[in-house]
Ligand binder design. Structure first.
Ligand code: PLP
Length: 357
């Protein structure tokens, strides 16, 4: 029996995607080989590669003024690639909303960027998205749209005159986005887009021409990958294949509008229980900054948290232990987690509170 998977990432993929991959695993479309076993220069693979890019364009409604790149090195390598490419010797502005933006800030500083942290919620343990005033003259303005550990999320993206860069690793493809103010959106695939191994970067074409200085290695330049259509070297072909299947699954299920409605419903189910638990559960994020993807909460009687996780596991639900830095409980309810799965958890939470409250 398959587990109901609330892990933060890597995490569950839709069963239809897994089944399709299983079906095609040994003999892809009767070609006589697995997709893993053929050249990334073959027509068979290219169809998948460019097919996945087309589907991403379709889902977000992205026009030709953006390039879509498939890279490696996870979101972590982007912490360096972003400044290596976009920094022009001025100032780079960052909002610090938690561990992932802090790491990005640290990396930028390490390579000599003049970083201004224009806003932070660190003194309140990242329970909210702080207000921010970006200047109009930064080389770029950087945010993390969904904070996977603390369970906070931007409801409206800030408007900026400087190019806006967004780490969307944990809310990629969870809702429609207005790209008119987005210069670069990126994320590792393993939270909500596919398996680990591929990083998706959606970047405004005019930014591809930028590079910090002429010592930046060839491989770390966006231009290298854009000019070569993300086939400069061997891409993670199997990960991109699964990404393609997952994007098709989203399209087959009504696209981002539809998944967004479902994601709102799912999150509301859990937050309602937390809010109506008469103080048994306590959410980490402030109410109007709550993430639709990662529901981080505590049991006020913290001694019960381990038995919550253990009992949930006995009931077939895994991945509920909070991040080691925050503790408590976290339910990650990405696209592949169905409404029924969340109802299951909601029932369990209600029962657990009744039994132990
Ligand atoms: C998981 C995560 C990362 C790190 O991703 P890697 O692909 O492991 O480098 C960065 N940012 C956010 C928001 C994340 O959730």
């Amino acid at each position: 029996m398959r587990k109901i998977n609330f892990s933060a990432g890597p995490t569950g993929l839709p069963i239809q995607v897994l089944k399709k991959a299983q079906e095609e695993f040994v003999n892809y479309k009767n070609e006589g080989y697995s997709i893993m076993e053929i050249s990334h220069r073959s027509k068979t693979y290219e169809e998948i590669h460019f097919g996945a890019m087309d589907k991403i364009r379709k889902l977000y409604g992205i026009d030709d003024s953006y390039e879509i790149l498939f890279l490696q090195g996870g979101a972590h390598l982007q912490f360096a690639m972003i400044p290596y490419n976009l920094y022009q010797g001025g100032v780079a502005e960052y909002v610090n909303t938690g561990v992932w933006s802090k790491k990005a800030i640290k990396e930028a500083k390490q390579i000599g960027v003049d970083v201004r942290v224009v806003s932070t919620s660190e003194d309140e343990n990242f329970t909210h998205i702080p207000d921010v005033n970006f200047s109009d003259t930064a080389d770029y303005a950087y945010i993390c749209s969904n904070n996977t550990i603390y369970g906070t999320q931007y409801k409206i993206l800030p408007k900026t005159k400087s190019p806006l860069v967004i780490d969307a690793s944990s809310d990629f493809f969870s809702k429609p986005l207005d790209f008119s103010n987005i210069a670069l959106l990126y994320g590792g695939a393993q939270k909500n887009a596919g398996p680990s191994g591929v990083t998706i970067v959606i970047i405004k074409k005019e930014l591809i021409e930028r590079v910090m200085d002429d010592r930046v290695p060839t491989f770390l330049r966006y231009k290298t990958h854009a000019q070569n259509k993300s086939l400069y070297n061997t891409p993670p072909t199997f990960a991109i294949y699964l990404l393609d299947l997952n994007m098709q699954w989203l399209l087959d299920n009504g696209g981002l509008d539809k998944i967004n409605q479902l994601n709102i419903k799912k999150a509301n189910l859990l937050y309602d229980i937390i809010d109506n638990s008469q103080g048994f559960y306590k959410g980490h994020a402030q109410t109007n900054h709550r993430s639709l993807m990662n529901v981080s909460f505590n049991i006020v009687n913290s001694k019960l948290e381990q038995s919550f996780v253990d009992e949930a596991a006995k009931n077939n639900m895994i991945g509920l232990k909070g991040h080691r830095l925050l503790g408590g409980i976290r339910a990650s309810i990405y696209n592949a987690v169905s409404l029924e799965d969340v109802e299951n958890l909601a029932d369990f939470m209600r029962e657990f509170a009744k039994k132990n409250g």
